[in-house]
Design a protein around this ligand. Structure first.
Ligand SMILES: Cc1cc2nc3c(=O)[nH]c(=O)nc-3n(C[C@H](O)[C@H](O)[C@H](O)COP(=O)(O)OP(=O)(O)OC[C@H]3O[C@@H](n4cnc5c(N)ncnc54)[C@H](O)[C@@H]3O)c2cc1C
Length: 581
């Protein structure tokens, strides 16, 4: 009897599905997937690609009958020409390399028993990490974050890449491409993740799940006979270094190409996946549809390089606390306003550029009442164009510059940030918000919220800009000052002839708050919020195990000298900060 299948793929995970789709696309006709469980990683690819799937099919042996391979499961025997073992079992010997305090709620390759409604951090950068994240999102976890520091999307299988894009588009999970936890601590019995980059705040979860990366199946685990192995038509999904005893490895679907060509000499397998034809309008439309999940509903230039915009997502909530930030993204395929050329554009052409943006606030609603934007279905942002320099070709803002209302954009799934009003608990206390440029954005939201909640202590918002024209919200702030005598807006243009040049630091050294506004800088009653240029903030830096302030004196040093303390991880203080770079 001859073979009834051309290729049997064992395991309906992203790698197995990708290899199966690739085989079908390259003329291998009868491709069957045997999945031990009841679902494959991405159902949508099964029908359209003409794949057969047998569910609940646990393979017990792979043998040879004449020239035909026999794959036997608990239910039946499949006669096939070639086999790819895509199943990759968990690695029992694997433990996270970082310090983990709370073992009970930190799992490896395993999901919590009840995933609905809980917050879970998945750590890993492989197909498997993506699969775990999707499973959690589909099980109804309310906040799934994938920390995929070091992920190279080009190394994911196409199915995993599709799953990742879909999760992002539908805002089902937050993806941190650059972050990795350096420690999983514990706070009130729950795991607390501390990250390797200052930008990602410490986050608390119900569970943390590490994706181990898995290992290749062994011949013994699928009952592979020597005769079947000797055909060279049974391959295992895995890296070359995982090979034992001459077992052929197929590092994912890509090298599957060479193996396919060797097992099916009559089929012409192309050299590589055809590149998307860059620059074609239909390709750009397709990329936009694939990645964007929100619409720009409002785009108002304060001047040509400074914009207030509003973004409305297709799915999900935008509820947030005043002061927090979200992420916006546009594809490298979008045109730039300047003539700079992005390095490696060819390699990145179909990828998104994502950046963080503090959520601003329109301050008054359409009826003239103080806005409560944080419950609306849109988010407001205040963004400045960053020009190219010899060292840097900015990615996002030169593309945003060409957008208008109605255009599509990417909005990250989750609003985050510790820079909020949570520490301000005394309505009679003093709140001073100091910023540079668009660092004013979160302060707009915070001032509005403080006043809405009846804060009656002094509130001052000061911002340095170059020119008067660089202020996007002056009218609203002046109106606030009229209505609320405890509020002062202090714009500080540094390049205007009608006002003396003053930086934020000068306000403190000259005692301007006390002398000009009658607001003493008293560490016992004041919270200071600092946002924008890191040089203005001036965080202490570690040198040889010792903390030192930067050479150019920043606000943190000046305030520390006056008895203020920096608010840090696990050490509350009254200086709060958000650095923009
Ligand atoms: C938590 C957070 C919130 C942020 N909120 C805002 C916001 O509300 N509005 C906003 O305009 N930007 C904000 N940023 C900065 C923003 O994320 C991008 O870095 C910025 O828009 C530049 O992106 P780009 O891709 O065009 O340039 P990139 O290639 O990312 O260039 C980065 C460089 O641009 C310069 N730069 C970055 N941001 C600014 C800025 N705001 N003003 C002047 N120079 C800048 C710095 O020199 C920085 O090194 C925020 C950053 C963080 C981390």
């Amino acid at each position: 009897m001859s073979a009834e299948h051309d290729l049997v793929v064992i395991g309906g995970n992203a790698g197995g599905l990708s290899a199966a789709v690739f085989a079908r696309e390259n003329g291998i006709e009868r491709v069957t997937i045997l999945e031990a469980g009841s679902a494959v990683a991405l159902r949508d690819v099964v029908g359209p690609n003409g794949l057969d799937v047998g569910y609940g099919e646990k393979v017990s042996s792979i043998d040879l009958d004449g020239d035909v391979l026999l794959v036997t499961t608990g239910r039946r025997t499949y006669r096939t020409h070639a086999v790819l073992v895509a199943e990759r079992p968990a690695r029992d010997d694997w433990t996270p390399e970082i310090e983990v305090t709370n073992r009970e709620r930190v799992l490896v390759d395993q999901l919590p028993d009840h995933s609905a409604g809980i917050d879970v951090l998945v750590v890993g950068h492989t197909d498997h990490a993506v699969e775990l994240t999707v499973t959690l999102a589909e099980a109804g976890s309310s906040g799934v974050v994938l920390a995929a520091g070091g992920m190279d999307p080009g190394r994911l299988s196409p199915v995993a890449e599709t799953l990742l894009n879909r999760m992002e588009r539908e805002r089902q999970a937050t993806l941190l491409y650059r972050s990795l936890p350096t420690q999983i601590g514990e706070a009130k019995g729950f795991p607390m993740a501390f990250f390797n980059d200052r930008r990602t705040p410490d986050l608390q979860f119900d569970y943390v799940v590490f994706a181990s990366g898995r290992r290749a199946s062994t011949p013994a685990e699928v009952g592979l006979s020597d005769a079947a192995l000797a055909t060279g038509r049974v391959w295992f999904l895995g890296e070359p270094e995982e090979a034992v005893d001459g077992v052929p490895m197929s590092p994912g679907w890509r090298v599957g190409r060479e193996l396919l060509a060797s097992a099916f000499p009559d089929v012409e397998v192309p050299e590589a996946r055809p590149e998307r034809r860059r620059g074609f309008p239909e390709v750009i439309d397709e990329l936009r549809a694939e990645h964007y999940n929100a619409t720009i509903t409002h785009f108002e230039p304060t001047h040509s390089d400074l914009w207030v915009l509003r973004v409305k997502p297709d799915h999900g909530s935008v509820s947030h606390l005043p002061g927090q930030y979200a992420s916006l993204g546009l594809g490298y395929w979008e045109e730039r306003i300047d003539s700079a050329v992005d390095p490696d554009l060819d390699a990145k052409f179909d990828k998104l550029i994502r950046r963080s943006y503090s959520i601003s606030c329109r301050i008054f609603d359409e009826h003239g009442y103080l806005s409560d934007d944080w419950t609306s279905d849109e988010l407001e942002f205040y963004i400045v164009l960053v020009p190219p320099t010899p060292d840097n070709v900015p990615g996002l803002t030169p593309r945003l510059a060409l957008k208008k209302p109605g255009d599509r954009i990417y909005l990250g799934p989750k609003v985050a940030g510790r820079y909020t009003l949570a520490p301000v608990t005394d309505p009679a206390g003093t709140v001073i918000l100091l910023s540079t440029g668009t660092g004013e954005a979160p302060h707009n939201a915070m001032v509005t919220e403080l006043l809405r909640k009846g804060h009656h202590g002094p509130i001052v918002s000061a911002v340095t800009v170059r020119e008067w024209a660089d202020l996007g919200y002056t009218d609203q702030h002046r109106e606030l000052e009229k209505r609320y005598p405890n509020y002062t807006y202090l714009p500080l243009p540094t390049r205007e002839s009608d006002v003396p040049k003053r930086y934020i630091q000068d306000l403190i050294t000259a005692d301007a708050f006390e002398k000009e506004l009658g607001v003493p800088l008293d560490a016992a009653t004041t919270h200071v919020f600092l946002c924008g240029n890191p040089a203005m903030i001036g965080l202490p830096e570690e040198h040889d195990g010792e903390e030192r302030f930067p050479e150019v004196t920043g606000v943190v040093e000046l305030l520390t000298d006056r008895g203020f303390t920096l608010d840090r991880r696990n050490q509350p203080g009254n200086i709060h900060f958000e650095e923009y770079w």
